[in-house]
Design a protein around this ligand. Sequence first.
Ligand code: PEP
Ligand code: MG
Length: 537
Amino acid sequence: MTRIMPGTGVGSAAVVAPVHRLADRPIQPPPTRRKKSIEEEIVALEAAAKFVQELLQDRAASATGEIADILIALSAFAADPALLMAAKAEINNGWDSPTAISRAAKSFAQMLQSAGGAFAERAADLDEIALRITARLTGQEWSVELPTSGRFVLVAEDLTPADTSQINPKIVVGVITQKGGPTSHTSIICRQMGIAAVVGCIQALELNNGDVVLVDPVGDRVVVDGDLSDATEALPIVDPNVPTLIPVYGNIGNQKDAQGVIAMHGAGVGLFRTELLYLDAQTAPTIAEQRKIYESVFRELGTRPIVIRTLDAGSDKPLKFLNLADEENPALGVRGWRIAGPQPQVIFDQLTAIKQAADATGADVRVMAPMISIPQEAHAFAAMAREVGLKHIGIMIETPAIAFAVRDLAGHLDFVSIGTNDLAQYLFAADRQHNELVDFLDPWQPALLRTIKRICDDAARINIAVGVCGEAAADPLLAVVLAGIGVNSVSAAAPAIPGVRTRLAMADINQAKQAAELAMKASSPTQAKTLVKSLLS
Ligand code: PEP
Ligand code: MG
C-alpha cells in the first residue's frame, strides 16, 4: 500500500529509487576521566583504531578514483603510530579512551594547521578519524559513506553543504531530509545539481534502507511504494527562442553549473556564489588561484552577463580559512560583507582576482556584495570595487533595513539583487534552516512581496535595475508576480530555468501586474498562490 509523506519539493522531475539512509553523526561524549585500568583502555583503543582502519580499507577496495584515494588516506590516519602514541599518553594522564583519542587528534590537527598548505587540509580528516574511533569505543553506529554505485534516494535528518557537495547526482538521484526548507542549502544545492528533493519532510526518518520511494517534488511529497505514473505533472517546456517577459538568468557555484545554465538557455548568470568554491579550503586562496577559477567560469558565459558575488562567508556557510570566532547567533553575526571589517584584504584580493579574470576574458562581469544592512556599507563596497577598476557594481538586498534605504544608494550603484532567502529569514525573524518555521519563509508571503514592491519602486526612482536571485525566482508562477511587481530579471538554478522561462513566455505584462496586485493584497501565502493560479491558468 502506498504511503504519502508531505514536505517541500525541490525541482521538477520525479524519481523512483530505493532509500539509502545516512546515519546521524555520532556524539562526542564530554571529556571523561578514566575509570578502567590503563591497560584496558589501551586495548580498547587499539581494537577500535584497527576496526576503523580495516573498515576504511575495505571501503577503499570497493571504491574508485578520488573516493578510493580519500578512504585510503583516512585509513592510514587511523593506523598512524604517532597518533596512537599520543592518545596512549593521554590515557596515562588519566583520560578515558574516547577523550584520549579526541585530545590527541586535536593537538595533531593544530600542528597540521600551523604547517599550512596541503598539511592543513588534512586536519579535518583527523577529526573524522577521532570521531570514528570514538563511535566504535562508545558503541555508536556510523555510516556516512555515500553509495558509490547504483541509484538511490538519500534520506537524512539534514545535509551540510560539505555533504551535499560530495554527492554524485548519477548515483544519488533523489534526496529527502527531515529538516530544511525551500531556501536551505540542501535545497539550493539539490536544485543546482538537478536532484529531485523533498525537504522538511517530518516523517523522513521513518524510511528505511531498501524502501522504494517516489520523490515527487512538484507534488511536494514522497510516496512510499509509489510509481512514476503517480508523479505530479510539471509544465511543458517552451521553445528557447520564445522571448520571456523579463530575462531569466542562472545561479551557479562553479564552472559546471555555468555550463548547465547555458544548456538550459539562461540569459547569463545572475548569481555566482563564490564561497561555495572554498568551503573546504584551509588556507585563503591566492589572487592567482581565484583568477584561474573565475576565468574558467567567465569563459563559459561568452558575451552573456555574469553577476559574481563576493564571499558570503559565515553563518551556515563557514569558511575555515577565515578563522572567524564562534558566535552565539551566526546568522546575525559577522557574515557576508561584514567580514570586510576585520579582514578587508580578503575581499580586496577577491575583487582584484575578479577584475583580472574579467580583463583576461573580456566577459561582461558585474560584482555584488552580500549581507548589506546600511547604505554606508554599500558605499564602501562600491568604492573598493571601483578602486580595483570594476565598473558594474551592485549589492544584494537581504536585510529589511537596506530594503527601506534603497534611495540612499543613488549615485553609488548600478543594480540591486534581492536575496529572498535571507530577506525572508530576517523579515520574519525565522531561521531559514529551521524545518518548523518553513511557513514563515514561504516566498509567497504577502509581506515579503510588499517589501519587494517597495524596493522596486525606490530603485526605479533612482534608475537602477532590480533582480531577484533567491529561491523565489525558481517558482514559475511567482516569477510572473515578480515581473508584475517591477523586478527587471530573475535568476534561478539551471534545472529551474526552463519552467520559469515557460511561465514568463506565456504571460503578458498586464496579466503580470494583475497577478502582482492579487498576491500583494492577499492575506496569506496560500491565498496569494490560489488567486494567481486561477488568474494565470
Ligand atoms: C538569498 O539569500 O536569497 C541568496 C540568494 O543568497 P544565499 O542563498 O546564498 O544566502
Ligand atoms: Mg543570502
